[in-house]
Design a protein around this ligand. Structure first.
Ligand code: GLA
Length: 399
């Protein structure tokens, strides 16, 4: 298993370096030959979904897919950025109080403003960026973008003095204040702290985290991208969060992490059914993360998978963030004897994460794409998971 992981890492690094050379070419044709290159990854999450903003546990890992940026200070007070994958060029003045309206620039503007609020004297810069984190797949391409630029600007203008957790929080604040998604900390945490071959368990209440080497002998993790996205500008996500906050407030606790099953049942008559079911999912998910940690200590991957299916049931019926396409993918996984499968990330489309025993892998991957296509008329995308490193400087160009 270990050897297989190393080999696929190597293959992946080849495809990254090809896109890196494209980025470098674009950069040099627009801005010249001096620049620095930074990269930050997307993430998977084994279990612990919608628990981060409830003060609970998450179990993410950084993936090999990442966003890479080539940058150089330009001696002005403006940022010029080219999103190579989207073929979008834009500029904004750092001190513009409103900032740009185009979504791709909002992320950069938010990071710049937040860095400044943390005392980093960000100056103007030119940048070209792109990557291979699929957009809208629930793999956190936006967190990768924020963490890539936060890491770069911290080095270029702040002498590296902000720590990784602060940079993660800068990414999260960007989503809250400049993009309008009231996300938790999981995605940015994973992108900043990822380590090759390890998953991480983060306690979102205390901020403590631990690395868990991930070498599941006889099993593989596979993402299936449904290639559909039903989300309407972040509002259903924010509504879930509001439900949780209402219940926590009634229970007299800061977050649902501190609400017991007994308290929830006592409150039941005072809650509307939707809020009750949202909270029931969150309390159940805390129990499931702990069950998974215990199962991992015993190398019991069947139990890990069982908990993943239970999470999906909760996300489908109580939290209501699944959709027909995703439910179909999970049902197909079950039919093919896949050990565990569930929707991953914020929901409303995107990917399923699947824990697949080696002897089930071929049947699953050979039958799924055509069955999905004939049911929905859309191609799904199979993405083998390689656990990679967190945000980092990759190289310096010739000065
Ligand atoms: C999105 C958010 C995260 C987290 C997940 C659900 O990815 O950005 O903070 O809440 O959804 O677990």
């Amino acid at each position: 298993m270990r050897q297989a992981a190393i080999k696929s890492n190597y293959q992946h690094s080849i495809s990254i370096s090809m896109s890196l050379s494209q980025l470098l070419n674009i950069f040099s044709s627009r801005y010249g030959d001096d620049g620095v290159v930074y990269s930050a990854p997307g993430r998977i999450n084994l279990i612990g979904e919608h628990t981060d903003y409830n003060g609970g546990f998450v179990f993410p890992g950084a993936v090999a897919q990442s966003i890479t940026a080539v940058l150089r200070p330009n001696g002005t007070t403006s940022v010029n950025a080219y999103a190579a994958d989207l073929d979008l060029q834009g500029s904004f003045a750092i001190d513009d109080p409103d900032g740009p309206q185009q979504t791709h620039l909002r992320y950069l503007y938010g990071v710049v403003r937040e860095m400044k609020d943390h005392g980093v004297a960000v100056q103007g810069f030119d940048a070209v960026y792109g990557g291979d984190v699929p957009l809208g797949a629930g793999m956190s391409s936006s967190a990768a973008l924020e963490c890539c630029f936060a890491t770069a600007l911290n080095d270029l203008f702040g002498n590296g003095r902000l720590d990784r957790m602060t940079l993660a929080r800068i990414g999260q604040a960007t989503e809250h204040k400049y993009v309008g998604v009231k996300c938790g900390i999981m995605d940015q945490f994973a992108s900043m702290h990822g380590r090759e071959g390890s998953l991480m368990r983060l306690d979102c209440r205390s901020g403590e985290y631990e690395y868990f080497p991930w070498h599941p002998d006889g099993y593989r993790l596979l993402l299936v991208n449904s290639c559909v996205r039903h989300e309407l500008v972040g509002s259903p996500y924010n509504e879930r969060r509001q439900s949780c906050e209402r219940v926590a407030q009634l229970a007299g606790v800061e977050t649902l992490r501190d609400c017991s099953w007994q308290q929830l049942e006592q409150l039941r008559d005072r809650l509307d059914d939707t809020d009750y079911r949202r909270a029931r999912y969150v309390l159940g998910e805390t129990d499931r993360v702990l069950a998974v940690c215990q199962a991992l200590q015993q190398d019991d991957y069947e139990e890990v998978g069982r908990q993943m299916y239970l999470t999906h049931e909760g996300l489908r019926h109580d939290y209501e963030v699944s959709c027909d396409e995703i439910d179909f993918l999970v049902d197909e996984a079950r039919r093919c004897g896949v050990s565990g499968s569930r929707i991953m990330g914020g929901g409303f489309g995107g990917c399923t994460i699947n824990l697949v025993r080696d002897d089930r892998y071929d049947t699953f991957t050979e039958t799924l794409p055509s069955r999905y296509k004939s049911r929905f008329g859309v191609d799904c995308q199979l993405i083998p998971v390689v656990i990679g490193p967190g945000a980092r400087r990759i190289m310096d160009l010739e000065q």
